[in-house]
Ligand binder design. Sequence first.
Ligand SMILES: [Fe+2]
Length: 291
Amino acid sequence: MSTIAIDGSVVSLRHHAFTDGWRAFILSDSHLALDDERGGPYRQYSQRMAGGYKPAQAHWEQTLARAVAEKVDHLFLLGDMSSFPSEAAVAYLSRTLQDTGIAYSYIAGNHDWHYEGMPGSEIALRDEWCRRRLAPLYQGRQPLMHAETHGGLRVVLIDNSVYEILPAQRDFFRAQAALGQPLILLVHVPLYVPGRSIFFGCGHPQWCAATDPYWQIEGREPWPENGHNACTYEFHREVFATPELLAIFAGHIHKPSLDLHCGKAQIVVPGLAAAGEFMELRLCREPAAGQ
Ligand SMILES: [Fe+2]
């Protein structure tokens, strides 16, 4: 038996097999726009995003300092930690995270790997820049999907920063769900829930070229003419039907929210860039029945 309780920015998960008191901060959308002379050749692709979120670096450093002061066990980063894949931003993220001495896990957001206006499909650009620039943040893990166990909780991280799910990612989630451990899913783009905007777009039935408001502004290919592939819908359906799934955590929207869909909680973490806000995850050991 596992339960979830949410009190402000603290999400507590209870299960008889959890390590009592294990804590993590879940950070998303810090949108650091650091750059230096190494970014010169890419300036035409980075200039729009370079202008936003002035307090981002201060919020990032304050949050890491708090994690150190509070001795949290882990940091989860849900993407858009940088606004474009500059060498300066990746080096800064990597160094400041390492300096905390706290273990961290990362999946990319749609801006982390994107230089606006660069030709190519979203999937090809993600593959290229995750490998070329973001590699240090993965610390040897597979960028598109990985999973780890913390304090008895299985944590599955899947990169859906192109909104779509690839067959290998669906299969990976399936295999993780089949383990039968209590688990959470971490993604960048929130999964579709009825009544939410098109940006809760992973599995959204209206997600397609005709509903893509930003492809020209963001200098990328529009979403596909015919919407999602079957695999994305299968993934969406299976996630919400996973008995052991305790919660989904996502970013991307910058505004915190909680939805219950098919009895599962999807929590959108606030954007760190604008107000320095984030979520905390706590594990609690619930005595098993009869104990
Ligand atoms: Fe995003």
